[in-house]
Design a protein around this ligand. Sequence first.
Ligand code: PEP
Ligand code: MG
Length: 579
Amino acid sequence: MQQIFHGLSAAPGVGLGNVYKYAPAAQVGESVGERGDGYVAHPAQFGTPVEEWERFLAARLLVDEELARLAQIGQAATADIFLVHREILHDSTLTDAVRAAIDAGSDATRATHLATGQLVQLFRGLSDQYFASRATDVRDVGQRLVNRLGGITSARQLDTLPTGTILLAEDLTPFDTTHLDQAHVVGIALAASTPTAHTAILARSLGIPLVCGAGSEILQLQNGMFGIVDGIRGRMLVDPDEETLEQYRLTRARLQRFQAEALSQSHEPALTPDGVRIPVRVNVNSREDLLHIDSNGAEGIGLLRTENLFQHRASPPSIEEQLAAYRDVHSYTNNHSLTVRLLDIGGDKPVPYLQQQAEANPFLGVRGIRLLLRHPQMLTDQFRALVQLAHDVSPVSRIRVLIPMISKVNEVQQTLALFEKIPGYRHCRQELGTLEIGVLVEVPSAALLARHFAPQVDFLSIGTNDLAQYTLAADRVNSTVATLATPLDPSVLRLIALTCEAGRAAGIPVAICGEVAGDPSVQPLLLGLGLNEVSVAGPAVPLVKSAIRRVDMAAAEALAATALQCSRAQEIHQLLHDL
Ligand code: PEP
Ligand code: MG
């Protein structure tokens, strides 16, 4: 029977597929049995060989039904793939190998792991291109069986999820999310979390629909059930009735059509009918994002989050290592500008080697520039690498350095004073013109005081994810307060307007790189408030450009003036809805 779980829309789009629960091994608890090869299962699940074989057969039946369903909802080309997968599922080479492993003492899950692993190796070793490419299909089928038998328990398995997976979890770390593959994961539903958590930001940049705050009931669902993630209305459905399913298939097709239309013009500039040109750049969180910059038509990188480079390692990267990484990223920009945000750790992104003190409220603690000013070596090393890059790039390119978490004017001054000491800084900023310094306005005090520091920098960028969190005192990773922290609250809009005023007075551009900028429907409001540049998740670039091309600036300014007089976010949503 159809069930609906309501949550919050965290990444747009509609995904149809089979649900699998991700419960990292550490959370499974004491009873977990580790078999030494990364595979983890519950000892309670081990049965006699006969029972294990029956478990395998039951899982195989369910996977067969699952594949039949996927063949039915997909397009003709994908239907063929699922047909091949069904053949693999029943192939005696696979089933005989599973049987042999069970008879030799393995439980069904481990036996499936072993048997598919052997078959994958066998196919990979074949010189015939056709058979070699079947290895991926075998792995897909094997993972589908394993998910049915035991569930997903390690981040490593997230790399190999079968096609058409809807991932369910309590929450995902940003690290887990970087393991996901858009070709295989068609949707994510999280019991907790919020649209501005870094996990949601990553899902958007991967183009995977995501619903968060859907409640712990979603974790009671059985692996393999058929479901829909509706990232537009913020809900998750399982076992949809035929009529609902048909509606969603049509919606998905319509969204794909819009995206394709926008994509066909994505290399044109975003110019309003009155001739205002708005550079549309991309937010980059991972290597994957770099690969699509060109095809999405982004005019450079408006926010490179550098935390990945510093996390999950024992010590900070050297200047040379950083320079190599930034050079590599720059090579994808086509000599457009590259905005690199200085390391913004703390908050929901800790770094073990810094031995940060445990904090009761890490988002209000030593984060971003506060941390960097306490570790000046790390700050200046990162900056040295960026100055070197600015020195080496073509004169038409711009390396823009963005300072995160500024809350006091003297933090800007202290940071600039440290920069002054770096050889080549003045030369690149003042003579070559390839280096620009900007402040990320994401704390209300920074917006209120922007006019004091704007004259000392070259640009401002507004981070509405944090600006909303800090203005409305609503933790960006706590789903119970997520609806409070909307960037379309009039309080946040007033701070955006103040920042734009400060930028205008200082004669410098003001960009927006918070997630709200990726919503095509808010472009009239953003432009009306005075923003000059936007930076958004890669898949949103074409749609945002299309939306900007329809903005009448006079009407947008009138809209912004009305919005600034509103007292509630709902009124602003209504204004946008009525456009
Ligand atoms: C923001 O706060 O809006 C922002 C762009 O930075 P992050 O989401 O990485 O904190
Ligand atoms: Mg931020």
